[in-house]
Design a protein around this ligand. Structure first.
Ligand SMILES: Cc1cc2nc3c(=O)[nH]c(=O)nc-3n(C[C@H](O)[C@H](O)[C@H](O)COP(=O)(O)OP(=O)(O)OC[C@H]3O[C@@H](n4cnc5c(N)ncnc54)[C@H](O)[C@@H]3O)c2cc1C
Length: 444
């Protein structure tokens, strides 16, 4: 029998394969990259472990190589805050006021392709009044106890209670990536259609001047150099209370051992993702409670659809306030490259790439047929999975203090946490939250 090789024993590594750092950062998306760049500015040595071949997480940027024109078909815009502006300035990437596209909106039932003659209200004033009762929404998930009963109502009941059902569709549309919102706890929806979102909807968000949101991540990768282990994953770990973290990392250049004083987890902390991290019973108890959604972005051409439009999926059902059942595409959007469209697809659970692509093509062909357009076979240029998206726990768990227990993990076992599950699905809010955490991590 071959001898058991302890992947966490430095004796089993060539010294060149042992990386010593102050902070090991797991995940090089929005929060992980922000933390890496700013911790370095604070004099900390960092190493980033990212599973994909690039940094940037939910940022999807397509480049047309014949013209060099780029399209952002994932993250679009950023909260206009000094933290956001400073971050882009660090990379010398110019930002502008985000104006969105000039597309004309059309509502259609993607199951039939038929256009709809409805005009759901977009007036979120009443929703804003409700949000104002919870001023902590944008800055923490540590819900004040006892949790207000309204926050735990299914959204449908909350909207009925406050006579807000006429804006259910606008809330569904704003809660991008969230499936079947009427059945979700109100607080989970409020954390997506939050005060920051409403502020951004007033035209106050920022976009990149070059319409290339990947630019900061390319520059971050260059800045981090060999301290960014891309296309890599942790396979085993030990974490002590006393500032000793050892991580066995599988990289495209072979096995590495990372020895750090602390680790910052920025990946969605599902049980599956956290499996290699030597979980204790409390961590396992918390991480096993997460549920999450499927969320996919697809870029296509040969759609047979005219440029300059965004089709939005809806229906005539008064019972669901015109909100389509998921899984389904929520919108089909024309981009600045004529003939290229992107589609955002929501699902209550994870789906295969094949099933999502088939459903997207069918939705487009339904529109072609119903609207007497030439029927084509759309060609998929890019497919990206953003799953697991929007981690959530049942209302009962929130009432029982799930988030306060989650937050109390901070700093224990030399481990810190940031990212969407800890604050919100909004890059600006994720950066604010991470910014507040970094001094504690650096001084830990
Ligand atoms: C389609 C789409 C559009 C969006 N549009 C906007 C927008 O316009 N404005 C806005 O503010 N927000 C937007 N968001 C939300 C925003 O992007 C997220 O809230 C934000 O990226 C969350 O940051 P994060 O660091 O938690 O996660 P991510 O940015 O997803 O980073 C997590 C990283 O960890 C990596 N990873 C995952 N598992 C592992 C593992 N086991 N080991 C190593 N690495 C791993 C991932 O590859 C990823 O790079 C959008 C999201 C989506 C999906």
């Amino acid at each position: 029998m071959p001898a058991f090789r302890n992947v966490l024993d430095p004796k089993n590594y060539d010294p060149a394969d042992i990386i010593v750092a102050d902070v090991a950062i797991i995940g090089g998306g929005s929060s992980g990259t922000y933390a890496a760049i700013n911790l370095r500015e604070m004099g900390q040595n960092v190493v980033v472990v990212e599973k994909k071949k690039h940094l940037g997480g939910h940022t999807n940027t397509y480049r047309d190589h014949s013209t060099n024109v780029t399209i952002d078909y994932g993250v679009q815009a950023f909260l206009n805050s000094s933290i956001t502006r400073d971050y882009f300035a660090h990379f010398g990437v110019p930002v502008v006021n985000y104006t969105g596209s000039n597309n004309i909106f059309l509502l259609a039932d993607f199951n039939t392709g038929k256009p709809l003659t409805i005009n759901p209200s977009r007036d979120l004033t009443g929703w804003a009044t409700q949000l104002a009762k919870y001023p902590w929404l944008d800055s923490t998930w540590n819900v004040p106890q006892p949790v207000a009963a309204d926050l735990l109502l299914p959204l449908r009941d909350f909207l009925t209670k406050y006579n807000l059902s006429d804006v259910a569709f606008a809330i569904y549309f704003g809660a991008q990536g969230l499936s079947n919102p009427l059945q979700q706890s109100t607080i989970d929806v409020m954390k997506m259609v939050d005060p920051a979102y409403l502020f951004e909807m007033t035209g106050s968000s920022l976009g990149t001047a070059h319409q290339n949101n990947a630019e900061i991540y390319l520059k971050a990768l260059a800045e981090l150099g060999s301290n960014a282990l891309i296309h890599s994953g942790v396979t085993a770990a030990t974490r002590t209370e006393k500032g000793n973290v050892s991580l066995a990392v599988k990289t495209r250049k072979g096995a590495k051992l990372v020895q750090a004083s602390k680790v910052l987890i920025t990946i969605p902390p599902t049980l599956e993702n956290m499996k290699p991290f030597d979980l204790n019973p409390e961590e396992r108890r918390l991480f096993s409670q997460w549920d999450y959604k499927g969320y996919y972005t697809v870029l296509l051409n040969n759609t047979g659809l005219p440029s300059g439009y965004q089709w939005i999926n809806a229906n005539y059902s008064a019972v669901t306030y015109n909100i389509p059942q998921q899984p389904s595409a929520s919108q089909i959007t024309s981009t600045r490259i004529p003939g290229i469209f992107y589609v955002w697809y929501r699902s209550p659970s994870e789906m295969t790439r094949e099933d999502v692509e088939k459903a997207v093509i069918l939705a487009i062909q339904n529109i072609q047929t119903a609207q007497n357009l030439t029927v084509t076979t759309p060609h998929i240029l890019k497919f990206k999975s953003h799953t697991p998206f929007k981690l959530s726990v049942p209302a009962q768990a929130i009432r029982d203090g799930f988030y306060s227990n989650l937050y109390s993990l901070q700093g224990k076992r030399s481990t810190w946490y940031t990212g969407a599950a800890f604050i919100a699905h909004n890059s600006g809010l994720v950066w604010n939250f991470t910014h507040g955490l970094l001094p504690q991590i650096a001084s830990d």
